[in-house]
Design a protein. Structure first.
Length: 154
């Protein structure tokens, strides 16, 4: 065979491979995008469930109940919780804000699952007073979370 015939065959084979690659990409890329979206939704839902479970167990559950009944929370005010327990509760709410800001959970899911907890918490006068008190030492203490709660009330 002459060199020209060999190159013609090679060019045809390369074009066939190119067409196959384009067709494969047109099929595979949308499937990968869909799979990636499903994985993100699964991670998001998993995170929502974990965050919700943290709020519904132990001291967090009792603090939520106490807030909803508008009863004293901290021992110093006649409640049954230490400040570190309230801090842990607020940390867990802060984790929700963090997951939202990192786009691990979306706005609708955040509002649907957690807005009640967050809004009630930051409307509570005892918690507002507690935050004012501790912000004398650290003005940034849960400030982002409080702003997040205000956005949720709008």
């Amino acid at each position: 065979m002459s060199d020209k015939i060999k190159w013609t065959i090679v060019e045809k084979i390369l074009r066939i491979i190119e067409v196959i690659a384009v067709v494969a990409a047109a099929i595979i890329i949308p499937l990968q995008i869909h799979e990636s979206q499903n994985n993100q939704e699964d991670r998001s839902f998993s995170m929502i469930i974990r965050l919700d479970e943290k709020l519904k167990q132990g001291a967090n559950r009792e603090i939520l109940y106490t807030i909803s009944k508008n009863k004293p929370i901290l021992k110093e005010n006649g409640g049954k919780f230490e400040s570190y327990e309230l801090d842990c509760y607020l940390d867990d709410l802060d984790s929700i804000e963090d997951a939202f800001l990192r786009k691990i959970i979306d706005k609708d899911a955040t509002y649907d699952w957690f807005s009640d907890y967050i809004i009630k918490t930051f409307k509570n006068k005892e918690i507002a007073g507690y935050l004012l008190k501790i912000r004398k030492e650290d003005p940034q203490y849960f400030l982002g979370l409080e702003k997040f709660a205000k956005e949720m009330t709008r």
